[in-house]
Design a protein around this ligand. Structure first.
Ligand SMILES: [Zn+2]
Length: 265
């Protein structure tokens, strides 16, 4: 799991509680300010999130082994390079979960997943948390760029969640980054759906061929609050997406029986 914030942390605990045998968790920050949206409260202020989660899961769900990775993908002051860390965290896993809330990391993880033949579950909320998306990317299915194409070019064949264009972020005093101002209970809808998708992948033992998008709406067309509504869409890759070329290139590289060369973004 890449990213253990308000979306990833509840999902990590849920996976541990429901029988995952091993979790590898990567995150870098330790800001206590956002603990209002985090499952563990004041007792872990000042700790790295992945270390606090490991301690909690070790205590409460000891049959799940947690390996924490304190690292920032794309960070400029890290001691290890991203490819080395990703190689370690992804070796032998059954599923990649992207809860990083970063388009760049989403694309990077899709690339690693595709080359390793691994499914990728991505979850993210819109900035004002009036909606969000959970995506199951399969190795043969559509990629993150395919999803953008379906949303924006193909007559919105896959809907955008409410709030997708919002820039509703605030910077509270004392915080180094802008953040959204909404609460954990709306975000948890996304964690719960990602959990169901993850369990579907892990318990079936085989990967579905088609990527699937689950779009969450918490507001109606007039902006009024409504109970969580989900829409499910297939995500086929359009033939002109650059990912089709990458697939061919990866297949050629694999069939030539050459060691894989990491590809940089
Ligand atoms: Zn694509």
């Amino acid at each position: 799991m890449i990213g253990t914030g308000a979306l990833g942390a509840p999902l990590a605990i849920e996976l541990a509680r429901n029988g995952a045998s091993e979790l590898r968790l990567l995150d870098h920050d330790l800001e206590p300010g956002n603990s209002i949206r985090w499952p563990l409260g004041a007792a872990v202020w000042g700790k790295y999130k992945v270390l606090a989660l490991k301690q909690y899961i070790d205590q409460h769900y000891p049959s799940c082994q947690v390996e924490p990775f304190v690292h920032q993908l794309g960070g400029t002051q890290e001691l290890q390079i991203d490819d080395e860390v990703l190689e370690k965290i992804l070796r032998g896993v059954d599923l990649i979960i992207d809860a990083s809330a970063s388009h760049g990391i989403n694309r990077l993880l899709w690339d690693h997943g595709q080359r390793a033949g691994l499914p990728l579950v991505h979850l993210g909320a819109t900035p004002d948390v009036t909606g969000g998306t959970v995506v199951l990317h399969t190795p043969d299915g559509g990629c993150p760029v395919c999803l953008q194409w379906h949303r924006e070019e193909a007559q919105a064949s896959i809907p955008s969640p409410p709030g997708a264009d919002s820039t509703d972020l605030i910077q509270p005093p004392g915080c180094t980054e802008r953040t959204f101002k909404d609460a954990d209970y709306d975000l948890q809808e996304l964690s719960l759906q990602a959990m169901r998708v993850a369990v579907g992948v892990l318990s079936s033992g085989k990967t579905r061929s088609e990527s699937t998008v689950y779009t969450l709406a918490l507001r109606d067309e007039h902006g009024g609050a409504m109970p969580p509504a989900w829409e499910t869409s297939a995500l086929p890759p359009p033939p002109h997406c650059p990912c089709m070329h990458e697939r061919t290139r990866n297949e050629d590289a694999n069939s030539a029986d050459e060691p894989e060369v990491p590809q940089h973004m």
